[in-house]
Write a protein that binds this ligand. Structure first.
Ligand code: GUN
Length: 279
């Protein structure tokens, strides 16, 4: 029987802390403003953007919504980002991904000022993390570190295995675990003998993008298992990259889906927005 890491509860605690911080900042005349840009009407993106706006409202962050048409050109989008870069009253800029195919995402990310890069996607933010300098952290991996810390799970000296090497989760996750003095291995789709490696993990991070991929054969007895995935299973029920029913009995701690990593991502975004004011 594993300890269930309650991401919903930890995220709610953090939101209260952030709300108090924002109230205090307002008393000192400092307002936090996030610009949120969505291009097109992708339904999943609309849900995410809606949730981000709601979280802003709850915490007391002012959000400016830019809902642009699908046909918006790259040039127009870059011009808007540059305008927002130049506005002192805008602290954070978030461009919801994915962008329509005719727009180069990297070009857009690179145009956001690294001082307003609350997603932590800009090469300067990623570079700063890789050499141990301060900068914005990618929200999902930063949220996972927070989940571990607030659950009193030590990282230092532990065998940490990250499955997945995306720019948004896997790579920054590995760097953050390393920063916490974990011994880190990154696995991916071309890794040989994956099970042999994941079975060494004291802390296993599953960021593969395949439903219920991590079964009990991948997990050491007593491991801490963090599930980044979110999918619908054959019964249309939400599930993660980990087969929870199989893995939970042998893990010492595990994040559920939903209610694990998910709620932390937006909370860390809010945290980055608050921090952006101090830059
Ligand atoms: N699309 C899916 N996740 C994210 C995210 O964290 N930030 C942005 N900007 N777009 C996303």
């Amino acid at each position: 029987m594993a300890f269930i890491i309650d991401g919903k509860k930890i995220a709610a605690e953090m939101k209260e802390e952030l709300k108090t911080k924002v109230e205090w900042m307002k008393k000192q005349g400092k307002e936090v403003t996030l610009a949120v840009i969505q291009v097109g009407k992708d339904p999943a993106s609309s849900v995410y953007v809606g949730n981000k706006k709601k979280a802003c409202e709850y915490i007391g962050i002012k959000s400016l919504a830019y809902e642009l048409e699908e046909a918006t050109t790259e040039e127009e989008l870059l011009k808007l980002v540059e305008e927002l870069n130049a506005k002192d009253e805008v602290n954070g800029i978030l461009v919801q991904l994915p962008l329509p195919g005719h727009i180069n995402e990297n070009k857009v990310i690179n145009t956001i000022s690294s001082k307003k890069d609350v997603d932590g996607f800009h090469p300067e933010s990623v570079g700063a993390l890789s050499i141990g300098q301060p900068g914005f952290l990618s929200c999902t991996p930063a949220g996972i570190i927070e989940l571990l810390k607030r659950s009193n799970i030590e990282i230092e000296g532990k065998e940490c295995v990250v499955v997945g090497r995306s720019n948004i989760v896997g790579k920054p996750m590995a760097l953050l675990l390393l920063r916490e003095n974990g011994t880190v291995t990154v696995c991916h789709s071309k890794t040989k003998d994956l099970k042999e490696i994941t079975k060494r993990a004291d802390i296993l991070i599953a960021a593969i993008g395949k439903p219920k991929f991590i079964t009990k054969e991948f997990v050491k007895e007593g491991a801490v298992v963090i599930d980044v995935g979110i999918h619908r299973d054959e019964n249309n029920k939400l599930c993660g990259d980990v087969d929870f029913d199989q893995v939970e009995p042998i893990a010492s701690a595990i994040t559920p889906v939903p209610g694990g990593v998910g709620p932390m991502t937006i909370t860390m975004l809010m945290n980055n927005c608050v921090e952006s004011v101090l830059l």
